[in-house]
Design a protein around this ligand. Sequence first.
Ligand code: COA
Length: 160
Amino acid sequence: MTLPPVWELLIARPRADEIPWDLLLEADPSRDRVEGYLDPALTRIAKHGDEVVGVYVLERRSDTCFELMNIAVRESCRGQGLGRWLLGHALGLAESKGARSVVVGTGNSSLDNLGFYQRAGFRIVGVIPNFFVDNYDEPIVEDGIVCRDMVRLAFEVTPE
Ligand SMILES: CC(C)(COP(=O)(O)OP(=O)(O)OC[C@H]1O[C@@H](n2cnc3c(N)ncnc32)[C@H](O)[C@@H]1OP(=O)(O)O)[C@@H](O)C(=O)NCCC(=O)NCCS
């Protein structure tokens, strides 16, 4: 689907019936985990007319740090800049709530996502070995790579 320019899309806090579970589960296949961190106050959806075409979820880690727990764009709408726009929106929302850094974790096998975050200015700051083996029931394999470890990346909203 061809989207209008991203700045013409509505970015909104979702009503309960607008939570895009299909999108959230594409970024994180564990419904239990998503339910654990989903806070509508820190969730935003992108709407094209009545259709939800993107979503992100933040979680507060400390007074000055938020974690991006989930970000997803509807498959038919990818590659048009909406993911980048939502990522920037998430950084702005976090900064408005006092963040100086925003962290995110992705799988060692998620090569596209590692590129997506680094192109946006995130830096790799660590690895949690075996995170996905220990926390997910089903094995995850992407591009022939078993997803075992969580790569941690951070964006300094206000570099000191
Ligand atoms: C990651 C995701 C949100 C990106 O959304 P998107 O709307 O396609 O991204 P954009 O069009 O804004 O692209 C952003 C940048 O990433 C690049 N990019 C996007 N998808 C890419 C892909 N599949 N392969 C390589 N580069 C890609 C773009 O070239 C762009 O780079 P640029 O800004 O330097 O030009 C989307 O692919 C998605 O929903 N994936 C499934 C859910 C998921 O895995 N979420 C992340 C969990 S960690």
